[in-house]
Unconditional design. Structure first.
Ligand SMILES: Nc1nc2c([nH]c(=O)n2[C@H]2C[C@H](O)[C@@H](COP(=O)(O)OP(=O)(O)OP(=O)(O)O)O2)c(=O)[nH]1
Length: 147
């Protein structure tokens, strides 16, 4: 039985086949996370699947429709641990309708290169750092090795 609060996040990429850039979102609240970068998303509501929750959150927060790709492989069945009471599962995705805008919960969106130092230089919510690392490995890891 799931005991942790379930959060879903999207790694929105410029392309699912040949990704080069990720859309990062800067949070406005709560105070301890304001100004930090994260994957857009939020809590799974009762009766929703994880994917349904993610589509709803992306519509509310960014005003976009997306195609979801694979789930980013995570260390536990409940996802990536965020804190003692919550875990997040993350799906790769691509915007199919609309232009992302910071409508709710964020004050800035930024497309960042997956390769290079720019992405790691962002002030991510600390719990997101292993997720960002895994995303880089999954997307451009092979390319990096031959850079
Ligand atoms: N969306 C999101 N939340 C994250 C990330 N990393 C991380 O620690 N969190 C935490 C922050 C919050 O405590 C929780 C998600 O809550 P939220 O505030 O985004 O969810 P929500 O929009 O459904 O919340 P609410 O306004 O309905 O209260 O997970 C991340 O990358 N994306």
């Amino acid at each position: 039985m799931t005991t942790l609060k379930q959060i879903v996040g999207a790694a929105l990429l410029d392309s699912l086949d040949q990704p080069h850039r990720l859309l990062a979102a800067r949070r406005t609240a709560p105070p301890e996370f304001a100004g930090m970068w994260e994957f857009p998303g939020g809590k799974v509501e009762p009766g929703e699947s994880h994917e349904q929750a993610l589509h709803r959150e992306l519509s509310e927060e960014l005003g976009v429709k997306v195609r979801l790709g694979a789930e980013l492989e995570c260390p536990t069945s409940e996802g990536w641990p965020l804190n003692p009471s919550a875990a997040m599962r993350v799906w790769l995705g691509k915007v199919t309708e609309g232009t992302p805008a910071p409508l709710e919960d964020h004050d800035l969106l930024q497309w960042v290169e997956l390769a290079g130092q720019e992405i790691l230089a962002l002030d991510w919510i600390p719990a997101d750092l292993p997720i960002v690392q895994a995303l880089i490995e999954t997307t451009v890891g092979g390319r990096r090795a031959t850079d």
